[in-house]
Design a protein around this ligand. Structure first.
Ligand code: HEC
Length: 102
C-alpha cells in the first residue's frame, strides 16, 4: 500500500520528491533536514499525529493551504492502513541500527 500509493514520491529513509517518512508520527511538520519544503508546510507548526495525518491525506490543501503535495487518498480505510504503517515505521529503530542478530 505505502509503496504503491506513496512510493512514487516518498521513501521511509530518503528524501525524494517528498520528504522521508522515518519517525513521522509525533514529529513537527516540515522539519526533515535537507528537504526543501513549501513555506506553507514549514510554517504550519503542525504535529503529525494520526488525526492530522488523516486530514492531510484526505485533502492536503484544505489542511495547509499553499502546500505542494498534489495527492489525495479518498478511501478512509486506505488512510487508516497507511497511518498504521507510518506509525509502525516510526517506532521501529532507524535502519542503521536495525542489524540482523548474529
Ligand atoms: C505526487 C507526489 C507525492 C505523492 C504521491 C505523495 N506525496 Fe506526500 N509529499 C509530497 C510533497 C512534494 C511533499 C512536501 C509538501 C510541501 O512541502 O508542501 C509531501 C509531504 C508529505 C508529508 C509531510 C511530511 C513532513 O515532513 O512534514 C506527509 C506526512 C506526506 N507527504 C505523506 C504522504 C503519504 C502517506 C503518501 C501516500 C498516500 C504521500 N505523501 C504521497 C509529494 C507526494
Amino acid at each position: 500500500m505505502y509503496e504503491a500509493r506513496c512510493g512514487g514520491c516518498h521513501a521511509i529513509d530518503a528524501n525524494r520528491v517528498g520528504p522521508m517518512h522515518r519517525q513521522l508520527l509525533g514529529r513537527t511538520a516540515g522539519r526533515v533536514p535537507g528537504y526543501d519544503y513549501s513555506p506553507a508546510l514549514r510554517a504550519s507548526g503542525l504535529i503529525w499525529d494520526a488525526k492530522n495525518l488523516d486530514l492531510w491525506l484526505r485533502d492536503p490543501e484544505a489542511l495547509i493551504p499553499g502546500q505542494s503535495m498534489n495527492y489525495r487518498v479518498d478511501s478512509a480505510e486506505d488512510r487508516r492502513l497507511l497511518i498504521g504503517y507510518l506509525g509502525s515505521a516510526s517506532v521501529s529503530a532507524p535502519s542503521a541500527a536495525r542489524k540482523a542478530p548474529n
